[in-house]
Design a protein around this ligand. Structure first.
Ligand code: UD1
Ligand code: UDP
Length: 433
């Protein structure tokens, strides 16, 4: 079986890594499965998986792409499309144009896409209409992190989610809301598989390494040896949603909502390239500083380059509070039980609010200020959502293999029935010789 995995932008890498490792583990276990004297466990499929890893190049800076391959221990992509940045139409079209010949050359049985970025929808769209041979065969499409809905169609990702889900043959959901949303849209129940969250698989697998990061020392937030607290208090901030940072008023409103917090607790702001551009364009530099190691009593917002995955996890785990508009960070803080204030009007990840440590504050400064205070004095403990247990990647690979085996045996029996019908038809046709 040949599986093609498509990644392109920062949040794809940590979602894809556990599936890649589960494929590797599956292949490594095959000889044992074959030579085992006891019968293989129910549902185990002895099919070697050939993996083709495609990177679209939607994100390309070392800090937005390369460093994640190193931190996560990912293999080098087999194919790199090098599309780079552009408007939605240009980027999506360019990915499609460059992906089509790769699909025709590789002819995979299955294409796996992740999350809700332009690379996700572009490659799903190509795979859905391709003809790999004269019979018109196309690869199956599997969407990892299916079913999430913000119900806000002004959000480009919402369009990507809806389109990708409707093109997919297997939909892997991370939380209950996914099943409800997909059922409401008429997607057949048997295509939906609740497997857990691969982003959380990566988080759990990386925590030990993240603990070795020296980022807290670099920024001067490690407590003095023997001090009561291992770290000095700080908050962590990320912003990159176009609705927040491409609009000067909204961006300012968010910053104003954080002034009370930043006057007592330093805020570390990992700024996405889009955000950095807007800070320069809107002349917002005076809201930030960019210091070296933290001086005692430092306050304000310190502007940082995007951080590597392990450094970011280390900072997130120790933070007093996280303020973000990121999808993935709402989930990671839930898993780490760190209070999170989401500066958006909605979330496509409701389980992070109902079960986790997240509150949705919107973007008005007063509401943000209140949410920050609420979270700083939070009493309600968070809970880890169902199946966010580090095993989602393995569940996905098992499901794909079982599904593939099931389809093959259905095809074979159809062929046999057709052959039998042809023979029977010829004998019993009564046509003159
Ligand atoms: C994309 C995703 C978004 C995701 C985010 C994660 C879509 C529609 N959006 O948004 O869902 O949350 O990634 O980070 O797919 N840039 C660089 N270097 C890079 C990449 C981008 O400088 O390596 C700059 C370019 O100026 C580019 C801008 O950032 O125009 C935006 O990049 P783009 O990939 O279009 O969207 P993101 O905002 O990153
Ligand atoms: N992340 C990171 N460094 C940073 C900011 C985020 O490693 O400076 C990680 C974060 O831990 C999470 C992922 O990037 O795993 C989230 O990606 P992003 O916020 O870019 O996208 P979204 O989740 O909003 O689609």
């Amino acid at each position: 079986m040949k599986i093609m995995i498509v990644v392109g932008a920062r949040p794809n890498f940590m979602k894809a890594a556990p599936v890649i490792f589960a494929i590797r583990d599956h292949n490594a276990g095959l000889p044992a499965l074959r030579h085992s004297s006891s019968a293989p466990s129910a549902g185990a499929v002895e099919e070697k998986i050939q993996l083709v890893l495609v990177h679209t190049g939607q994100h390309y800076d070392e800090a937005m792409s390369g460093s994640f391959f190193t931190d996560l221990g990912l293999p080098k992509p087999d194919v790199h499309l090098e599309v780079g940045s552009g408007s939605h139409a240009v980027q999506t079209a360019e990915i499609m144009r460059r992906f089509e010949p790769v699909l025709l050359e590789e002819k995979p049985d299955e294409v796996l896409v992740f999350g809700d970025v332009n690379s996700t929808v572009a490659c799903a769209l190509v795979a859905s209409k391709i003809a790999l041979d004269a019979s018109g065969r196309r690869p199956l499409i599997a969407h990892v992190e299916a079913g999430l809905r913000s119900f806000d169609r002004d959000m480009p990702e919402e369009i990507n989610r809806i389109v990708t889900d409707h093109l997919s043959d297997l939909l892997f959901i991370t939380e209950d809301s996914g099943e409800l949303n997909l059922s409401h849209e008429g997607i057949a129940r048997e295509k939906i598989h609740f497997v857990g969250n691969t982003m959380i698989d990566s988080l759990l697998a990386s925590l030990e390494k993240a603990d070795k990061s020296t980022v807290l020392d670099q920024f001067g937030f490690r407590g003095a040896p023997g001090a009561k607290q291992a770290t000095r208090p700080y908050a962590l901030l990320t912003l990159h949603r176009p609705s927040n940072v491409d609009n000067r008023e909204t961006f300012l409103s968010i910053l104003e909502g954080l002034t009370e917090l930043s006057s007592t607790c330093p805020i570390l702001f990992s700024a996405h390239p889009r955000t950095r551009k807007r800070i320069a364009e809107f002349g917002l530099e005076r809201y930030f500083h960019s210091g070296g190691a933290q001086a005692d009593g430092e306050t304000g917002i310190r502007l940082l380059e995007p951080l590597g995955y392990l450094d970011f996890l280390s900072l997130m785990k120790q933070a007093t509070l996280v303020v973000t508009d990121s999808g993935g960070i709402q989930e990671e803080t839930t898993c780490l039980l760190v209070p999170c204030v989401t500066v958006r009007e909605n979330t496509e990840r409701p389980v992070t609010v109902t079960c986790g440590t997240n509150v949705i504050a919107g973007t008005q400064s007063e509401r943000i200020r209140q949410a920050v205070q609420e979270q700083l004095h939070r009493r309600k403990p968070g809970r880890i959502p169902e199946k966010w247990d580090g095993k989602a990647g393995a569940r996905i690979v098992e499901t794909i293999l079982r599904d593939f085996a099931g389809r093959n045996s259905a095809d074979n029996s159809l062929e046999e029935t057709a052959a039998a019908a042809t023979v029977g038809g010829a004998i019993g046709s009564g046509k003159p010789e």
